[in-house]
Write a protein that binds this ligand. Structure first.
Ligand SMILES: *Cc1c(COP(=O)(O)O)cnc(C)c1O
Length: 394
C-alpha cells in the first residue's frame, strides 16, 4: 500500500521544491544567541529568533535551569492532575498571574496547546468566536476544535469586527479572539477599541500575547497593559518559548472560573505531560529578570529604534511601527528567497516569508531584534542588507 502514498507525497514535495516553498532547516551547532554557528555556513548574526530579551542562553537562565534540575528532578512522567503538579508549577502559575494582573493561570506544554484547549473547553454550538484574520495558526486550530460558530474580520478592522458581533448577536456567548501583536507585521491589536466593542456587545475578549509578554507595556507586562485594559481582557494566552526564556511552555491566564474549568476540561492539559521542572524553574527566573529592571527592555527598544531608523534612512521598505519584529518588504517570493540567501552569504541569518504565510506580493524578510544585539551587530545587519540589495537588485 505504501507505494501509492509515497508517490503522492513525493509529488507534493517536488511541487513544494519547484515552487521554492520547501523549507530547509539551517542546522546550528551552538546555543541560541545573537551569533550562532550554522553547519557549512559558519558564524551568522541571528536576526530571526524570538529571543527578544536575549534570555534563551542568558547565564542566569542556564544557572536557574541547573538549580531546578538539581532541586526538582528531570521529569514528572505524569499529567498535572495525576501526579504531575509540584509546588514549583503552582508557583509559576501564581507568579504569572501577578505579573499579568489576572486572577489565575494554568500552564500548558506550549501556547499551541493552550490555544488548542481553551476554546473547546469554554464554548459549544450555542456560541460564536470572532477571530482576526491574521491570528496565529494555533488560534485558528483551537477554534476549529470547538463547535462554536466561526466568524472572521479583516486584520485590525474594527468596523468589520463590529459587524460580525452584530451577525452573531443571537449566540449565547460571543468571544473575540486576537493576537496581541501580529507576528508577520509586528502590528499590535487595538485592544482598547476591541474591549470597547466587546463591552458594548457583551462579548468576551481573548488575547494571545506571545509576541509581547516580557517587553511590551510597562514592566513588559504585555499588550493589555500597554493599552491599559488589564481588567477588561478576560483571557490571555501566551508562550514561555519567546521572550520569557525561549525554551517551551505556554499558559492561559484570566478569570478564576475560566482557569478552573480549563483544569477540568482542557484536553491538552488533561492528556499531555506536565511542563518539565527545568523549564518551570527557569521561567520563574525569567520573570525575575523581566521584573528586576528595565535594562534588557531598554536595550531591546533602543536597538529596535536604531535598526528601524537606519533601514528606513537607507531606503528599505520597512513596515511602520515600533515592535522588534521589523519586516523588510521585498515583494515577490523568489526575490525574497534570493535576498535571504544573499544575507546568509553576508553573515546574516534572516528568513524570507511569502505566500501563503503572508498575502501574495508582500513577501518579506522578517527581522527580529534582540536585546542581545550590540551596536556593531546592527551595523553588520544593515551593511548585509545593503549588499544583498545591490546583489539581488531587489
Ligand atoms: C509562537 C506563538 C504561539 C506558539 O507558541 P508555542 O509555545 O511555541 O507553542 C502561539 N501563538 C502565537 C501568537 C505565537 O506567536
Amino acid at each position: 500500500m505504501y507505494g501509492a502514498v509515497r508517490d503522492d507525497l513525493r509529488a507534493r514535495l517536488d511541487e513544494l521544491e519547484s515552487n521554492g516553498l520547501l523549507k530547509r532547516e539551517l542546522v546550528m551547532t551552538t546555543p541560541q544567541g545573537a551569533h550562532v554557528d550554522v553547519a557549512e555556513r559558519g558564524e551568522l548574526l541571528n536576526l530571526c529568533a524570538n529571543n527578544y530579551l536575549g534570555l534563551a542562553n542568558h547565564p542566569e537562565m542556564v544557572a536557574a535551569a541547573h538549580e531546578a534540575l538539581d532541586r526538582w528532578g528531570y521529569g514528572l512522567a505524569s499529567v498535572r492532575f495525576i501526579c504531575g503538579t509540584q509546588s514549583l508549577h503552582r508557583g509559576l502559575e501564581e507568579r504569572l498571574s501577578e505579573f499579568l494582573g489576572t486572577e489565575d493561570t494554568i500552564l500548558f506544554g506550549s501556547c499551541f496547546d493552550a490555544n488548542g484547549g481553551v476554546f473547546e473547553a469554554l464554548l459549544d454550538e450555542r456560541d460564536a468566536v470572532i477571530s482576526d484574520q491574521l491570528n496565529h495558526a494555533s488560534i485558528i486550530d483551537g477554534i476549529r476544535l470547538c463547535k462554536a460558530r466561526r466568524l472572521r474580520y479583516a486584520n485590525g478592522d474594527m468596523d468589520e469586527l463590529e459587524a460580525r458581533l452584530g451577525e452573531a448577536a443571537d449566540a449565547r456567548f460571543r468571544l473575540i479572539a486576537t493576537d496581541g501583536v501580529f507576528s508577520m507585521d509586528g502590528y499590535a491589536a487595538k485592544l482598547d477599541e476591541i474591549c470597547d466593542l466587546a463591552e458594548r456587545h457583551g462579548a468576551l475578549v481573548l488575547v494571545d500575547d506571545s509576541h509581547a509578554v516580557g517587553f511590551v507595556g510597562p514592566q513588559g507586562r504585555g499588550t493589555h497593559a500597554h493599552f491599559e485594559v488589564v481588567d477588561r481582557v478576560d483571557i490571555l494566552t501566551g508562550t514561555l518559548g519567546k521572550a520569557v526564556g525561549g525554551a517551551s511552555g505556554g499558559y492561559v491566564s484570566g478569570r478564576q472560573e475560566i482557569v478552573d474549568i480549563l483544569r477540568q476540561r482542557a484536553r491538552p492539559y488533561l492528556f499531555s505531560n506536565s511542563v518539565a521542572p527545568v523549564v518551570v524553574g527557569a521561567s520563574l527566573r525569567a520573570l525575575d529578570l523581566i521584573e528586576r529592571s528595565d535594562e534588557l527592555r531598554d536595550r531591546l527598544w533602543a536597538n529596535t529604534r536604531s535598526f528601524r531608523a537606519r533601514m528606513t534612512e537607507l531606503g528599505f521598505d520597512v513596515l511602520p511601527g515600533d515592535h522588534p519584529i521589523v519586516p523588510v518588504m521585498i515583494g515577490e517570493a523568489p526575490a525574497a528567497a534570493r535576498f535571504s540567501q544573499a544575507l546568509v552569504a553576508h553573515g546574516v541569518f534572516a528568513v524570507a516569508f511569502s505566500y501563503p504565510v503572508v498575502p501574495l506580493g508582500t513577501a518579506r524578510i522578517r527581522t527580529q531584534i534582540s536585546a542581545a544585539h550590540t551596536d556593531d551587530d546592527l551595523e553588520l545587519a544593515v551593511s548585509a542588507f545593503v549588499a544583498a540589495r545591490d546583489e539581488t537588485g531587489a
